[in-house]
Unconditional design. Structure first.
Length: 96
């Protein structure tokens, strides 16, 4: 089994655990389920993609992700400039 990054699951798009870049990057429901099975006690969730009420838990998760990924855009300017990078696509999917 091809494990990497210490996640305990396969990290390829072919495994079905991660989305293709064009469909928004990030983990799929299947991937989150596999991760939680491999890492008991994990609170990992899928992306917040729909409309959310202001101040709700999902709105706070989105705000937190957007802040963290903004830092990644500063750290990796090459990915920040490429509109097809996994980082930019994930931010688009999260509506950052």
């Amino acid at each position: 089994m091809a494990k990497s990054k210490g996640m305990g699951i396969k990290t390829s798009v072919k495994s079905g655990n991660f989305r293709k870049t064009k469909s928004g990057a990030g983990m799929t429901k299947k991937g989150v389920a596999a991760y939680r099975k491999a890492n008991p006690g994990s609170k990992l969730k899928t992306a917040v993609t729909g409309k959310v009420k202001k101040g709700s838990k999902d709105a706070k998760r989105r705000k937190s992700f957007c802040a963290r990924s903004a830092g990644q855009m500063k750290q990796f300017p090459k990915a920040a400039k490429d509109p097809n990078s996994r980082l930019r696509q994930a931010r688009k999917r999260w509506k950052c």
